[in-house]
Ligand binder design. Sequence first.
Ligand code: SF4
Ligand code: SF4
Length: 440
Amino acid sequence: MEWNFRNIDKEAELNLKHFFWKCTACGTCRSGYTFGPPPTFRKICPQGQKFGFEGFFASKGKAALARWMTSDPILKNEFEWTPEYLKTLYTCTGCAGCQNQCQIDFKPHIIDTIEAMRAKAVQDGVGPLKDHNVLVQSMRNNDNPYTGPRGMRAKWMKGLDVKDINKEDSSVLYFAGCTPAYNAPIRQLAVKTVSVFNKIGVDFGTLGKKEVCCGSTVLRLGAREEFKRVAEKNLEIFKNLHDERGVDTIVTSCAGCYRCILEDYEIADDFKDYMDGITIKHTADFIYDLYKEGKFEPKNEIDMKVTYHDPCHLGRHVKDWKVDWDGSQQWKGSYLDVEDKGTFEQPRELIKAIPGIKYEEMRRNRNNSYCCGSGGGVKTAFPDWAAENAALRVEEAEQTGAEKIITCCPFCHANLNDGAKVRNSQLRTIDLVELLDEAL
Ligand code: SF4
Ligand code: SF4
């Protein structure tokens, strides 16, 4: 299977070089802009907030580093990796906050550029960081990034009445993902998803021990070979399930798995053949669609004030970029427009549909949400900083007067609860399905 990764130093007519040279260092990506009244600018880049917006940090810094790495011809071959450059690359959470602000031709390619630079670090034998190597090795040995044995993957479903899709037909595959399987405090996410599905009457099955990591974590680190191995395994599993078990929908409760299967698997040249007739949905979308079809109504009153944290991979990462590739509308490679495909309103509508719930929005939300700080391998290599950053988000949530933060990503979920501990805050984060389970 061929994977059409984008690179920073590949000689192609339109490679990433054509875009990172267009960064004007304007600094617009420093803040999230919200039209008023009154218009507001609020910090959007966790990396810039912690390490400073200048130098090689934040997205304009990464563009400058990419230029330095690939400069030609005057400085060619003078670039050498240093611990500082690697820190620059790996303290970025890949949250795409900067991408949402930038308005020039670099915009659609910012995350691709950061990930291509990481892939180059891996290719040059210097990346990822030491702590990340445990994760990559675990992926090789166990098909998950948590160093957990394969046999433990299905432990979360012990005692639950869940159909084994390897043996029985079902149109829906619930792809739980590695975090609920191997991170005990997050196990409830998968357990409550099953409970909600059963209450709504969804006929679904799981792969049990045969589930394999989607590959998101290693891809974000630049370990493309390891990603390809698990992604190809998954594509084969999905196709077989479609042909032999009638699966037409894959539902996942992990924002990382969702973004990865939806947006990253797409660059495989055989993607359409493997995924023909299969739709990938996040549980929030899947449950929302059933709600809109009138399949259920949250009935139980919950007297509580809540707020919602937008996971980056479920929201602003999911977009259709419109680029003038052939120059027929403006100029070759010009950024024309973007279509949001992110899941923003569905969880909010589901929360508000619960009787008794009071909802208050955080100041930074939707496309301008503030990342929890755990993505892009930051939680693995810089756990203290990841929690410190999450504490900033918890502080923002506290300002709403909420008694719980609701989210739809196991990574955000775990990190926000670590952030609450840093602040000695009583404000806890739970998943949307946990709230819905109580309401059904
Ligand atoms: S990445 Fe975009 S918004 Fe940020 S400095 Fe460069 S051109 Fe400006
Ligand atoms: S992806 Fe997020 S953390 Fe990385 S530079 Fe952009 S805004 Fe900052």
